[in-house]
Design a protein around this ligand. Structure first.
Ligand SMILES: Cc1ncc(COP(=O)(O)O)c(C=O)c1O
Length: 336
């Protein structure tokens, strides 16, 4: 049996999703003529209480477009030191936007207004101009830790008060929503921009949507073109996204319960030194032996995973991990 726990990006479209893709009404989206892309953008914006949206090939692109829209060169943004926009987007903040990054040490990547406030630069020619705060929900490198909307409110109030924009890297925002019970529409009240990935837990093959006000999205279309992200008959992909929003949100709870089952087993394994708290679909755990050795042992049993540090392994649960596979992993973990 093969069980792929490397990432929730490895999923393949379900038969229902493929059918929706095959039946998509398409057109040239750079001309604004792809009905299905337009529908996805409007549907996502409505869902999150935002005015407009733009469909892009990746979460990296939606984040980088957001940063470009919300900053000027010589500005600085504030993010947690685990942030995907900083660590895993190839230095794009500096390259694409000419912006520096102030990194904070949140609790598993979760920031508070008290942590952010002292890091906002005073108006002084020596300092870069702080113009943006970027949060991530859930926090990938924080092991799927999530913010509630109550935790976000004081950060949004601080940003408003200081004239800063607030962006959300919502690659796994639906995992946070099903976990917390918060409403997607509330995000539009507190964030200037939200990036929503359709190809992580939601199971689409490709695509993310950047949501903001109409004027920002108008500019984002210009930036997307410059970044080479203007797609033509992208409705086939947008149809997968619409299907995912309609069918794959509630089921994220299954991934969370699978993660809890595995975490429970990991807690009992003598060869593991620590299991980080598991809130959603990501598990991080530390091993006594080097992670590479454990990964080899797992791979020999058909279980694929990744290490995030010398002694740390990550498991990610998703749409293509079924209950019998979870049982199999539990059994294998007991034999290592
Ligand atoms: C938190 C987070 N943000 C953004 C991204 C980027 O998404 P993409 O791989 O579509 O560029 C990822 C990818 O895993 C992610 O985990």
């Amino acid at each position: 049996m093969i069980v792929d726990l490397r990432s929730d990006t490895v999923t393949k479209p379900t038969p229902g999703m493929l059918e929706a893709m095959m039946n998509a009404k398409i057109g040239d989206d750079v001309f604004g003529e792809d009905e299905t892309v337009n529908e996805l953008e409007e549907k996502s914006a409505r869902l999150f209480g935002m005015e407009a949206g733009i469909f892009c090939p990746s979460g990296t692109m939606t984040n980088q477009i957001a940063i470009k829209c919300f900053t000027q060169p010589l500005d600085e943004l504030i993010a947690d030191q685990t942030a995907h926009i900083y660590r895993y987007e190839g230095g794009g903040i500096a390259f694409n936007s000419g912006v520096s990054t102030r990194l904070l040490n949140g609790e598993r990547g979760i920031l508070t207004a008290d942590m952010i406030e002292p890091e906002i630069n005073a108006e002084n020619v020596h300092y870069p101009h702080t113009s943006l705060v970027a949060l991530e929900n859930t926090v990938n490198k924080g092991g799927g830790a999530c913010y509630t909307i109550e935790q976000i409110k004081p950060i949004a109030a601080l940003c408003k008060n200081k004239g800063l924009k607030l962006h959300l890297d919502g690659a796994r925002i639906f995992n946070a929503l099903v976990k917390t019970g918060d409403k997607a529409a509330d995000y539009g009240k507190y964030f200037d921009g939200v990036s929503v990935c359709l190809s992580k837990g939601l199971g689409s093959p490709v695509g993310s949507v950047f949501l903001a006000d109409k004027q920002t999205i108008k500019y984002a279309r210009r930036v997307r073109k410059v970044f080479g992200g203007g797609m033509r008959q992208a409705g086939f992909l947008a149809a997968a996204g619409i299907y995912a929003l309609d069918h794959h949100v509630e089921r994220l709870k299954i991934d969370h319960s699978h993660a809890a089952i595995l975490a429970d087993k990991l807690e009992k394994c003598a060869w593991i030194t620590n299991v980080l708290p598991v809130d959603t679909n990501i598990i991080l755990f530390d091993t006594a032996e080097p992670a590479a050795i454990i990964l080899d042992k797992l791979a020999a049993q058909g279980i694929k995973a990744l290490s995030t540090d010398k002694h740390r392994i990550r498991f990610v649960l998703h749409l293509d991990v079924f209950p019998e596979q979870v049982e199999y992993v539990v059994k294998v973990l007991g034999t290592l």
